[in-house]
Design a protein around this ligand. Sequence first.
Ligand code: IPM
Ligand code: MG
Length: 348
Amino acid sequence: MAQVERLVQWANETGEAEIATASDLVGGAAYDEHGEAVSDATMEKAIKADAVMLGAVGGPKWDGVPYDKRPEAGLLRLRKDLELFANLRPAICYPALADASSLKRELVDGLDIMIVRELTGGVYFGEPKEITDLGNGQKRAVDTQVYETYEIERIARVAFELAKKRGNLVHSAEKRNVMKTGVLWHEVVTQIHKDEFSDVQLQHILADNCAMQLIRYPKQFDVIVTDNLFGDVLSDEASMATGSLGMLPSASLGAEDENGRRKALYEPVHGSAPDIAGRDIANPIATIASFAMCLRYSFDLGGLADRIEGAIAKVLDQGYRTADIMQDGKHEVGTTQMGDAILAALKG
Ligand code: IPM
Ligand code: MG
């Protein structure tokens, strides 16, 4: 996030943008300070902001804290209370990194997929969600997967709208062969397609097959729309095709209000990396690319977003690599140095 703060400062100083910022704590740091993964005061600030940039949460230090106060609970509360139902997770393979992927270059070079993950429903939030002691030495754990029509309709619309500006193809992934939510998901997506987006190509795919196809031939996909849990899993999988989980940004968007504005939160797809915290070696690219998405979707600064993404591609071309994407013959740099290189590419 420190590298994003430098970009904001640069954009303000050069008049490219006029962005006021405030920072606050979420996750383990918030727990240490306030005994909550996100405080009510922080939530209020987040609700008032035009956009929230979020760093990753979590670490072994907080393994023992009560379940509802664990670092992840802060992130889930932000998503839920801001009603950020649409999570956009692009998986783009920078040509310079095609060899860093565990898949063959020809499968991933030029890859550009958009995973649209439903973010405020499904098994993450469904009730009951509990572990009951059965009293005979056994326990029973229950999570509830639940979706209502409107939740599927609104996420389907986001996916179809995005597809219209891209490859005009949507894959809708569910498990209708075993899950009632999958049956409803299939039915509702089919209806929205028929009523509002019949000019976009729609393919239904079982989520397990989707996982397999992402490895077999990822370029067959354009937009994939799926539920909260499948989206969590499939987006991690798709990220590896791009070379590193450290590369992928995300945007989480709410519904448009009467002024056409949406609540929004931007965060890297990757989680925290407590084992390397504070050593200035983490890859800042996913967070910087999340800031580019923020400029595009929240501030209507698509031109500047394009230039930041261009600067990322340029420094990769120039051979700059953080440790996670290091390859033979390239120039290994730390977090701050990667920030330096991206700023220099922007200025140059
Ligand atoms: C993600 C993460 C989160 C999720 C965790 C940290 C709760 O894996 O954003 O993909 O499961 O949604
Ligand atoms: Mg995840």
